[in-house]
Design a protein around this ligand. Structure first.
Ligand code: FRU
Length: 529
């Protein structure tokens, strides 16, 4: 939590918490001209300017997907946290709205969630419209600096105008710090039909805590879970809890997502998850997962280095087999020093999570939302071929989507993958190696990495779970990022990179043994800005 300490000077805090100071730099929604700087993603959400980290307050209401986010409008590094705000009707195009929540004398507005209070249990509703309620962590930097251990508590705010303006509840905090929990944050709240109450899951250093409430204002501690289970290389942050139906069955499992920093699968930040049952009081992990998450092992939603703090949308109009999710496309190891200046960092693509089964138990697959297909501008089909060494696929645009199917050799050691290149002799590789049955991402030669020793320190890898000889690659490249959804999203890797000129050439490469390419399609994608 070192990044917090630099911002704790109270004089600075008081200045920054003055809404008029922040409002001066607040987003002007009409100003959309600035989305074409070097490295600026063209079909991912990124803030119009300055710093962003976690997605917050994800809720669907009245035809709009709300995306709030951790935001510091006065600098391109982390600082006193606000909730920035954008909305979308299709999860592809985003409209920037003014900042939703400002820090105040109680503290910064840390991560949290939002819900539609359909039954107006909170009493904040007006007329017939249910209010939107945001629940967030109040992080008090003055108490932190003064050496206390209780600087984080939970507050709520409500909106009766479709999320455009928010009023903080006068009775905050609704969940005070128990007294000595240094990390006590990131409330993710949901209505639990089984127990007929609101349930919030909080990250409390090395475990999660479940609390229950009839009205979002008075809360009661229900249970704790997670100490000694799963990955614990860092502090637990940004949890989520939701039911998910197994397709084609009556089985509904509960998914508990726990983000962790550091301690991720390839270093730094990462998103792990657990699958089991929740009875309105306690989470119980499936028995067959127990030995897989002992000894500090995690099961990861995304094995790339740049997918963190992911959580899901409340009330998204989806069947119970699918859950809508988005993450922050960066890593605390280097997020504040990546070579962008006008803005820093972006969200991942919105994804739908589904359950699938393996010999080891249930797992989550991730699928980019279908609505992204509207961005396809033109497509290029590549004929079936044998990849023997290198197969040149020619020029590529800086924003494209690739679908590709290979037939893997029966035996022997080989690796097969994509190679992106530019004129400056920089290259990025992503693919699969049979030797360890893992996917790899190699950004060691992919451009600027002087800003951090941890950025290009080696290969990043992910296990292949599918045993199918047909290997399907579905990947999105957006100027300075890649998202790989391999084997129908059963292995996912998200990585960023900073080529000094855009990658504009693509090759397929097979080493060891020739590999059959069955088909490939490259789609040029439109910019959303
Ligand atoms: C995760 C996190 C959260 C916290 C927020 C502060 O990236 O550390 O735990 O609420 O960022 O910006």
């Amino acid at each position: 939590m070192n990044r917090y300490f630099g911002f704790c000077l109270s004089i600075f805090f008081l200045w920054a918490c003055n809404p008029s100071a922040s409002e001066k730099t607040a987003v002007n929604p009409a100003d959309e001209t600035k989305y074409h700087e070097q490295y600026r993603p063209q079909f991912h959400f990124s803030p119009p300017q300055q710093w962003m980290n976690d997605p917050n307050g994800l809720v669907y209401f009245d035809g709009e997907y709300h995306l709030f986010y951790q935001h510091y409008p006065d600098s391109n590094v982390w600082g006193p946290m606000h909730w920035g705000h954008a909305i979308s009707t299709d999860l592809v195009h985003w409209e920037n709205l003014p900042i939703a929540l400002y820090p105040d004398s109680a503290g910064y507005i840390f991560s949290g969630s939002a819900v539609v209070d359909h039954q107006n249990t909170s009493g904040f509703g007006e007329g017939n419209q249910p209010p939107l309620i945001a629940m967030y962590t109040i992080h008090d930097p003055i108490r932190e600096q003064a050496g206390h251990n209780d600087w984080e508590s939970q507050g709520i705010a409500y909106s009766n105008d479709r999320g455009r303006t928010w009023t903080k509840y006068s009775g905050n905090p609704v969940i005070p710090n128990p007294g000595n929990e240094r990390d006590f944050r990131d409330p993710k709240v949901r209505w639990d039909e089984g127990s007929n109450q609101w349930i919030v899951v909080l990250a409390v250093q090395d475990h999660v805590a479940f609390w229950g409430s009839p009205d979002l204002k008075s809360w009661q501690h229900l249970s704790d879970w997670g100490t000694g289970i799963g990955a614990h290389g860092g502090v637990w942050e940004c949890p989520d809890l939701f039911p998910l139906k197994y397709p084609g069955s009556d089985v509904t499992k509960w998914v508990l997502i726990v983000n962790i920093n550091p301690g991720g699968p390839n270093g730094g930040s990462g998103s792990q998850y657990f699958i089991g049952e929740f009875d309105g009081m306690e989470f119980k992990m499936d028995d067959n997962l127990a030995n897989q998450v002992s000894d500090g092992q995690g099961i990861w939603l995304d094995y790339g280095k740049d997918d963190y703090a992911g959580v899901t949308w409340a009330d998204a109009p989806l069947p119970p087999e699918r859950r809508l999710w988005i993450g922050w496309m960066s890593n605390w190891e280097y997020a504040t020093v990546v070579p962008t200046t006008a803005w820093r960092s972006a969200c991942t693509l919105p994804r739908e999570l589904t359950l699938f089964q393996t010999d080891l138990g249930y797992r989550l697959a991730s699928h980019p939302v279908q609505a992204l297909q509207q961005l396809r501008q033109d497509s290029r089909l590549i004929d079936a071929a044998v990849i023997d060494g290198s197969l040149d696929l020619g020029k590529i645009p800086s924003t494209f989507e690739l679908e590709l199917e290979l037939t893997l050799p029966d035996e022997g050691n080989f690796s097969v993958g994509l190679l992106l290149e530019n004129e400056n002799m920089e290259s990025y590789r992503i693919g699969y190696s049979s030797e360890n049955n893992r996917f790899y991402s190699d950004r060691t030669q992919a451009g600027d990495h002087r800003f951090s020793d941890l950025f290009a320190e080696g290969l990043h890898t992910a296990p292949r779970l599918s045993t199918n000889r047909q290997l399907k690659i579905h990947a999105y490249f957006d100027v300075a990022s890649v998202e790989l959804f391999a084997d129908d999203g059963t292995t996912v890797m998200t990585e960023i990179y900073f080529p000094t000129s855009p990658f504009n050439h693509l090759k397929l490469q097979a080493e060891g043994i020739p590999v059959n390419l069955n088909s490939a399609t490259i789609y040029t994608l439109h910019s959303i800005w």
